[in-house]
Design a protein around this ligand. Structure first.
Ligand code: NAD
Length: 331
């Protein structure tokens, strides 16, 4: 098979898997299997210099479901660059450090600080984008294709920890987080369910993208918030300030968040998180490392698909075999 045929085959196969994962919330394969094919496509695109128009490497997310009102995000919602191991993580950091050094040599009067990092859990659920105007929750949407998502306000309102009003009244903000189903809640739900749910990620995603909010309510979902994506009245100098804003406005934030000046400490923290993972009451598929300083984020900017100032460190999938066995999940 020549390279072009393999490229076409991979694009078709990955798009088929994405459709089942993002649109139907019923994956056909494990994340690990998907990621291996995706990495093969990235390598082949680099080798041949060809990126087919339908390639998933140039786009975020999947198609929108019919029946929901589309919501255009006030700022785009991104995917994340990923590192599968510590070498790849180090390469990400080296690239960031080089971009900062290049900027500083051209702008000696306004240098960027040396990077410091925040490490957060990477929750495995459904991205949520909440819009508040003058303190009131006026829209909630999925990430969709990054520019436009599905409006799911009625569904999100069933999540009891999502504030319907917030103290901040100064115009419009958009806040991003992850809708999840706690594992203990999933177990309890399954004790009496006629059709047991097998996976918390798809249970949460499927419930939030269900046209009937009563179905969403029955799943007793939760959410963690980690970002202010848009704001027309407030700016933060760093991630700590932004997280303090979220807490002050009564958003549920995750307790496992840590700040580090040294990259070695980031790596140590990742090992700790991996040890802690089995004891958590929700699914994570890795950790996210972000540079804390907001001005550095602006300078590093974005590719078509992800920010250069953040990377996802992916853990081994916990449930490869379960997923392969259960193609016909109820979600
Ligand atoms: P991503 O891995 O690029 O990560 C971005 C998402 O991470 C955000 O949208 C956000 O919802 C989430 N997130 C969780 N915690 C976060 C935090 N603390 N900070 C920032 N973001 C956080 O997501 P993607 O673009 O949906 O990812 C592609 C991944 O999805 C693949 O690596 C693959 O594992 C999986 N996938 C699987 C299949 C399948 O068939 N199994 C198909 C398509 C994609």
């Amino acid at each position: 098979m020549d390279a072009m045929q393999r490229l076409e085959g991979l694009v078709e196969q990955l798009n088929q898997y994405s459709y089942h994962y993002y649109t139907l919330d019923q994956p056909l394969v494990s994340d690990k299997e998907y990621d291996l094919l995706y990495d093969e496509l990235v390598a082949l695109e680099a080798e041949t210099g060809i990126t087919l128009p339908a390639s998933p490497t140039g786009r975020v997310g999947g198609e929108l479901l019919k029946g929901f009102t589309p919501h255009r995000h006030l700022s785009p919602l991104w995917s994340l660059d990923k590192a599968q191991n510590e070498d790849q993580l180090q390469s990400w950091n080296n690239r960031a450090i080089k971009l900062i050094a290049d900027y500083n040599s051209k702008n000696p009067d306004t240098p960027l600080p040396s990077p410091s990092y925040v490490v957060e859990l990477k929750f495995d659920g459904l991205t949520l984008n909440l819009t508040y105007t003058d303190g009131k929750l006026v829209q909630a949407s999925t990430r969709g294709n990054g520019a436009v998502g599905e409006g799911i306000l009625a569904q999100v309102k069933t999540i009891k920890s999502v504030p319907l009003t917030i103290p901040y009244h100064n115009g419009t903000i958009e806040v991003q987080g992850e809708g999840i189903m706690n594992l203990s809640v999933l177990a309890k739900y399954n004790e009496t369910a006629l059709e047991p749910l097998k996976n918390a990620r798809n249970a949460a995603a499927g419930a939030l993208r269900n046209l009937n909010p009563r179905t969403t309510a029955e799943r007793k979902l939760s959410a963690f918030f980690y970002n202010v994506g848009y704001s027309d009245g407030i700016q933060y100098s760093d991630h700590r300030e932004m997280m303090a804003f979220l807490k002050d406005n009564r958003f549920k934030v995750n307790p496992y968040i840590s700040y580090h000046d040294s990259f070695d400490h980031v790596v140590q923290e990742l090992r700790l998180i991996e040890e802690r993972r089995p004891s958590l009451d929700y699914l994570i598929d890795g950790a996210v490392i972000k540079i804390t300083d907001m001005r550095t984020r602006e300078v590093l900017g974005y590719t078509d698909k992800f920010p250069r100032w953040a990377v996802a460190f992916k853990f081994e999938a916990e449930e490869t075999t379960t997923i392969l066995e259960s193609v016909s999940w109820n979600v």
